[in-house]
Write a protein that binds this ligand. Structure first.
Ligand code: NDP
Length: 452
């Protein structure tokens, strides 16, 4: 039997090899480190996981597609973007994971997101594999017609690789209900099939699930509440800082408010807003979802309780809870120090990998409850899987039923991560718990299905 330290040495070699084989992909390296650094105890305890090639297969995507996306802007000029779909692991079910449209998208970013997605999807307990895709297209400032032409061109290539039993994309940064609509329309036109289960996050009149837009934010708040309960506290009366002002941030604020907490911030790439009275969601939704404006407009229209801080980070606002809900690496070591100094009790990740490894380490060392994204934000993909189930059965569930299922899935993810961490000698460490529990489920399926 191999010891923990021998196993860790093998994993360290593998990490070095990953860096060599995947040059210039720092986000993917970061995600691989974050997972592999926590797996030694389970691999040392269960010899079948030490089988040569198992972890090596897990870190290599099953398939990666990169394609040209040409489209015409409103002036008739031809633009060329790059499209990606990384089909990372299908041991548990069809590849499942969102599409991101943002200028920062490249292969390394999509691979980090796809890798995280494998473990997140495993934690939901549902039958979904891991994948991710997107483009370096920037929807900001583009007309609806331009976004539609881009989506149609993107799907004209993507359709060959996806399908309800193969690969089921959804939204992510820059891809919301509008984009999913255009993508679905083009898929239907090319294939001449009403294949509702090929995309999730659809509109409610045509195959979308109730509570899917809310699911990621709601789920993250439920996860944060479960972490607080472990410490004998609840959300009532707690002050929360939330970053971002997109899909995840908006529904995080909505659920925090519904459960009696006071969410006092939101942000976008221009800066942040702090509102002592709590964020007015009707106003924020109007500015972000209807007008597609910037957060400074919120402060202008809200009155004396709110102010806009250009270029600042929400983490400087004192709070009991922090829920990063914008993008990767948005909360660093300095931010963690500020949060700790201000007495933060819990940090729960709505976004994917928003907290740098150094910041996670500091928060955990200071005794702050830390919910990693692959567990805390899994509610979105879980309800996407419920949307697939409804599409398959050609039925639609009530909002109450979906919300109950979401709550029960989030409770079960919390318990699984909590208990797994304890079982492997790391009580209270949700990062280790999430990585090991997700790994066990995928690894068992991969071992059973042979070397493929
Ligand atoms: P949206 O596009 O709806 O919103 C993203 C928000 O984050 C916007 O306010 C945006 O501001 C801000 N943001 C994005 N990139 C940056 C950046 N580089 N710097 C500063 N601000 C930035 O995306 P979502 O809310 O859907 O996604 C947010 C996060 O949650 C992502 O990490 C995503 O992967 C993760 N996630 C989303 C799920 C979902 O169901 N949608 C599921 C699980 C995780 P601006 O408009 O100025 O760019």
């Amino acid at each position: 039997m191999t010891t923990r330290s021998e196993t860790q040495t093998t994993l360290d070699h593998l990490l070095t090899e990953i860096e060599h084989r995947n040059p210039a992909q720092p986000e993917f390296h970061q995600a691989a480190h974050e997972v592999l650094e926590t797996l030694a105890p389970v691999i040392a305890a269960r010899p079948e996981y030490a089988e040569p090639g198992l972890v090596e297969r897990l870190v290599e995507p099953e398939r990666q597609v990169i394609f040209r996306v040409p489209w015409q802007d409103d002036q008739g000029r031809v633009r060329v973007n790059r499209g990606f779909r990384v089909e990372f692991n299908s041991a548990l079910g069809p590849y499942k994971g969102g599409l991101r449209f943002h200028p920062s998208v490249n292969l390394g970013v999509i691979k980090f997101l796809g890798f995280e997605q494998i473990f997140k999807n495993a934690l939901t307990g549902l039958g979904i594999g891991g994948g991710k895709g997107g483009s370096d297209f920037d929807p900001h400032g583009r007309s609806d017609a331009e976004v539609m032409r881009f989506c149609q061109s993107f799907m004209t290539e993507l359709y060959r690789h996806i399908g309800e039993h193969t690969d089921v994309p959804a939204g992510d940064i820059g891809v919301g209900g509008r984009e999913i609509g255009y993508l679905f329309g083009q898929y239907r036109r090319i294939t001449n099939r009403w294949e509702a289960g090929v995309l999730t996050g659809k509109g409610q009149g045509w195959g979308g699930s109730l509570i899917r837009p809310e699911a990621t934010g709601y789920g993250n708040v439920l996860f944060a509440a479960a972490m607080l309960r472990e410490r004998g506290e609840d959300l009532e009366g707690q002050t929360a800082v939330v970053s971002g002002s997109g899909n995840v941030a908006i529904y995080t604020i909505e659920k925090l408010t519904a459960l009696g907490a006071n969410a006092v911030t939101c942000s976008d790439s221009s800066g942040y807003v702090v509102d002592e009275k709590g964020i007015d969601l009707d106003l924020l939704k109007q500015i972000k979802e209807v007008e597609r404006g910037r957060v400074d407009a919120y402060a202008e229209r809200r009155g004396a309780s709110a102010r806009f801080v250009p270029g600042g980070r929400v983490w400087e606002v004192p709070a009991d809870l922090a829920l990063p809900s914008a993008t990767q690496n948005e909360l660093d070591e300095k931010d963690a120090e500020t949060l700790i100094r201000n007495g933060v009790k819990a940090v729960s990740e709505g976004a994917n990998m928003p907290t740098t490894p150094e910041a996670v380490h500091l928060l955990q060392k200071a005794g702050v409850a830390f919910g990693p994204g692959k567990a805390a934000n899994a509610g979105g993909v879980a309800v996407s899987a419920l949307e697939m189930a409804q599409n398959h059965a050609r039925t639609a569930w009530s909002a109450e039923r979906v919300e109950e299922e979401l709550a029960s899935i989030m409770t079960s993810i919390h318990t699984t991560c909590h208990d797994t961490a304890e079982r492997y000698g790391a009580p209270g460490d949700y990062v280790t718990g999430a990585n090991i529990a997700g790994f066990e489920r995928v690894a068992d399926a991969m071992l059973a299905q042979g070397v493929i």
